[in-house]
Write a new protein. Structure first.
Length: 158
């Protein structure tokens, strides 16, 4: 069965996010083994210097790398990434699944370390709009579910 791993920096605080995620995880069970790994966010003062942010992102990147399976196709969610339609995303998933675990990475509110993004096979942008990282996580989970329903020819995707 397909394995999908979502590595994210920081976790949900609000119960309504956890409830929404629970629904998508339940739906995904029929299509894949889906798991999430939370990497703790580095503490950065609000008025941190760019170098302090860079150091924090490098520390988060090391934690992310330590959780990334060796045989995986990595996809970093980032603003400069490629935008895809749901159909294009489903097609990309279908082509990537035989290569190993699909590993999606969502950074903190400061983003992801530039070197980590370069190492990833794909950089994906959900939209030109800005979303809270917790919401981006839910949107990604929904799109993964939608991708599987597209591939299965289900009516969920209209």
């Amino acid at each position: 069965m397909t394995e999908i791993l979502l590595i994210h920096v920081g976790d949900f605080r609000e119960s309504y996010y956890r409830e929404a995620e629970s629904e998508f995880l339940k739906r995904l069970r029929g299509y894949c083994r889906f798991r999430t790994v939370c990497v703790p966010e580095e503490r950065i003062p609000d008025e941190a210097s760019p170098s302090a942010v860079s150091v924090a992102l490098k520390k988060e990147a090391e934690k992310i790398r330590s959780q990334t399976p060796q045989r995986s196709v990595t996809c970093a969610l980032c603003v400069e990434g490629k935008q895809m339609t749901s159909e294009q995303f489903a097609s990309w998933m279908e082509k990537s699944i035989p290569e190993g675990t699909l590993c999606f990475i969502i950074g903190s509110s400061h983003g992801l370390d530039p070197e980590l993004k370069k190492e990833c096979h794909v950089r994906l942008s959900m939209s030109q709009m800005t979303f809270p990282h917790r919401m981006a996580r839910l949107l990604l989970e929904e799109q993964i579910y939608r991708g599987f329903t597209i591939l299965a020819g289900k009516t969920y995707h209209k």
